[in-house]
Design a protein around this ligand. Sequence first.
Ligand code: FCB
Length: 459
Amino acid sequence: MTAPIAPRIPFPDCHLPAGFSWGVATSAFQIEGAHRTDGRGDSIWDTFCTQPGVIADGSDGSVACDHYHRWQEDLDLIALLGVDTYRFSIAWPRVQPDGQGAWNEAGLQFYDRLIDGLIARGIRPFVTLNHWDLPAALQAQGGWANRSTVMHFVDYAKTMAARFGDRVPAIVTHNEPWVMAVLGHETGIFAPGIQDRKVACQVAHHLLLSHGLAVRALRAQGCQASLGIVLNLSPMHPASPLAADQARAQLEDGRLLRWYMDPLYRGSYPDDVLAVLGDDAPAVHAGDLEAICAPIDFLGVNYYTRGVAQASGPWDVHAGGLPLTDMGWEIYPQGLTELLVRLHHDYPVSAMLITENGGAFPDRITDGVVQDLDRTRYLADHIAAVGAAIAQGAPVTGYMVWSLLDNFEWASGYAKRFGIVHVDYTTQQRTLKASAHWYRQFLQHLRQRSAAADLRARG
Ligand code: FCB
């Protein structure tokens, strides 16, 4: 650890409910590496990365942050930050190489060690079952477009809950079904690289169905963990007050937000989106929607930016003329308040957590120091936006920074850095950036503030 850097960005002054949790997040494919170690099977991202031109820097996840071997050092870093929660994902092909059939004990033991290591450090493991890395063997049978993958996922979820459920307080079924469906199967810029809207709609339905059936199955087997799903959500604004832009924004809101929130919380797909999809609408069997709206304990919200829609062309994440992150995503913290308050008003959501929030910025490491004040400001402003939503009644119970480490940012490869900890990919050296020091000091400040309040309350 380098010398602490004085926080130059003021701490947000927010009033949070008791028990509010603070964390950092990662996902398996983006950090673990060791892709052929101890019996791991290939995932669709391993296969996708072999296609020329699909990853900006031609890289892959074979080594990534080598977290599979460096997990103890990484858990020590998490503990040093002073967070209480760590969100990570299990790589399905590491624990079940073909996505069905035999389990891989060596892979299961890796997650045993990780979970036990977190608990030993006083950190709560917050587990995602599917962060996009479907076993390639299942893709060979049609992947998420094939309804049989739904039952394979439910079996996988049941086995994970049976193995780890006594030690993990929270389980997420899927991370961002919109991304898997639309970016994976409609635009094809993510694995498995399919470009077919009808397939994408079926995939979205199967992801939701497998979520609902998994929740039902886990409850039936007595799983005590809280259960939820993580969605990537943004307010969708019209580019202008013109009626055509407004209508388009309404439809894109339907495809991004209501397509997921309506079935999860109301048991139906939105009519306006179904009408536009026409023949591309998914095949839905009797009982599917009842399964999808199985009650959940929390909604995970991943927030990065807002969307801006205009009558023609795709909606955009940089159309508002505001400062952008290194991804080209507009910095729009007030959108997070707007989104959380709207979710609270429109749906019976009992608890929401920010399961990802953060920014890629063009960091420079100089003499072992990364002065990422842009990222620090981004975090401070978004945490303040969460506080503002809570003040308006939104039941937000936690916040997690994306990401603990710089890592494999999917189609952007290693070129985009989201970590609050810098990773030198040649030496695998980790260095806390200024944002990590700031986050740590902010959490210390909150603890001191609540200890002082406790003292006062006791007179
Ligand atoms: C989200 C993903 C996460 C990361 C961030 C930047 O969509 O869930 O893995 O790539 O974006």
